[in-house]
Design a protein around this ligand. Structure first.
Ligand code: HAM
Length: 417
């Protein structure tokens, strides 16, 4: 027997209605905030992520599904959406569009070769947004307000929004030097990843799962002490707008995010629900002011976030929230051997008139067909035998109340609707 690849899952018919419900809600909230959908390829040139996400990140160093195609090109299954959206923005010259800022959203599978764990998959579905072309704290606040709106709209209560500023490039440079100085004397006691990070990307040490409890991590210098005036003011304004919008948050100076492109505002939504598991980040994002230029684009800046539907489902489960999902069939027609052909025709006709209809194909007895109608949660049934065919009259039964109404075949659609 061939099994499903590690870290992936089948979304079975019992689960897929939840996905559809969530995705419909996400499309609807995107519309309310005036973000337009973009669909980019599932694979891209490896270079895009190496340059866009950053050579020193875990994603690029350890987690990408990279292969050579038959034309000897290095191809990577997308590990995230931002780099690809920015590539498309540049390639399609969206900065020339009169309609600015460009506000986009996407929803689709991403791939990371990660250690399988609750809430961590090798293929997962990210919904994300990117607003490109407005460097304005109110823009940052809109994006954060949007993700807050999403989680609240599903009724989640045990969530906490963490925010931080990691400053502009200048502030970050100073901060990096301070971190190197701080960690250098003790780096031997850190994991090998952190030892490698020290000189290339010391901020990532703050984010390390292995070394999180070390004293040196807890008393490391804070980025907020190294923000220059522009960065400091920008951050203050973002917080002011979040207050205006009534979005609650906590400031978290250790929040640095795992991708290289971030500047200024960084944020993550965490679940605080009991039983959620070890990985509590539901969603992450931030502003990226250098990314477009890094990818040879115009001098524009952007901000966005991404969440995975898998973790949203886990959060709903942990808080015991049931989605209002209805998967019933309008009508099940009980057929007889002598009316099989007429039933096939009638089912087809009623479907074209907008009803969801099913019938028996296993030559079940009437009782067996009734059970089948129950199993598929049919709202109505009727028996379509020789008598009904001749008279054109049927006894329509409403399954929950058991109520039976005699009507003509022409009245089925109006009676049910
Ligand atoms: P990220 O923090 O790498 O950011 O991922 C965002 C979200 O994707 C996570 O918070 C989590 O919900 C989900 N996620 C990541 N990896 C997995 C996994 N292995 N299994 C299940 N869910 C996962 C980004 O990807 C950025 N592109 C976000 C962004 C958009 N920043 C600006 N714009």
């Amino acid at each position: 027997m061939i099994n499903i690849p590690r870290g992936t899952q089948d979304i079975l018919p019992s689960e897929s209605p939840k996905w559809r419900y969530i995705e419909n809600r996400l499309h609807e909230i995107s519309r309310q905030f005036n973000y337009k959908e973009i669909r980019t390829p599932i694979f891209e040139s490896t270079d895009l992520f190496a340059r866009g996400v950053g050579d020193t990140t875990d994603i690029v160093q350890k987690e990408m599904y990279t292969f050579k195609d038959k034309g000897d090109r290095s191809i990577t299954l997308r590990p995230e959406g931002t780099a690809a959206v920015v590539r498309s923005y540049i390639e399609n010259k969206m900065h020339g569009d009169a309609n600015q800022p460009i506000k986009l959203y996407y929803n689709g599978p991403m791939f990371r070769y990660e250690r399988k764990q609750k809430g961590r998959y090798r293929q997962f579905v990210q919904y994300g947004v990117e607003a490109i072309g407005a460097e304005n704290p109110a823009m940052d606040a809109e994006v954060i307000h949007m993700l807050y709106t999403i989680y609240r709209s599903f009724g989640l209560k045990h969530i906490k929004l963490h925010i931080n500023s990691i400053g502009d490039m200048e502030s970050r440079q100073d901060y990096k030097q301070a971190l190197i100085k701080h960690f250098e004397p003790v780096i031997d006691t850190f994991c090998s990843d952190c030892q490698n990070r020290l000189h290339i990307n010391p901020m990532r040490i703050l984010d390390c799962k292995v070394d999180a409890d070390k004293e040196a991590v807890k008393n490391a210098p804070k980025i907020t002490e190294y923000l220059n005036n522009y960065s400091k003011n920008y951050y203050e304004e973002v917080k002011r707008y979040l207050d205006i919008l009534g979005v609650p948050y906590v400031e978290d100076t250790n929040l640095v995010r795992g991708l290289d492109y971030y500047t200024h505002t960084a944020f993550e939504m965490m679940s605080e629900a009991e039983g959620f598991g070890a990985i509590t980040t539901l969603c992450g994002g931030g502003r990226y002011n250098g990314l477009l230029e890094m990818l040879d684009g115009p001098k524009e800046t952007g901000i966005g976030f991404a969440l995975s539907i898998e973790r949203l489902l886990l959060a709903l489960e942990a808080e015991g929230i049931e989605l209002p999902i209805e998967e019933s069939v309008d009508l099940f027609i009980v057929t007889m051997p002598e009316t099989l052909e007429a039933t096939v025709q009638l089912v087809a006709k009623l479907r074209t008139e907008g009803l969801s209809v099913d019938m028996d194909y296993l030559n079940r007895k009437i009782k067996g067909q009734m059970k089948q109608a129950d199993r598929i949660q049919a709202k109505y049934t009727f028996v379509y035998g020789e008598n009904e065919l001749q008279s054109g009259m049927i006894k329509l039964k409403e399954m929950t109340s058991g109520e039976v109404k005699e009507i003509s075949i022409d009245e089925i659609v109006t009676s049910i609707k």
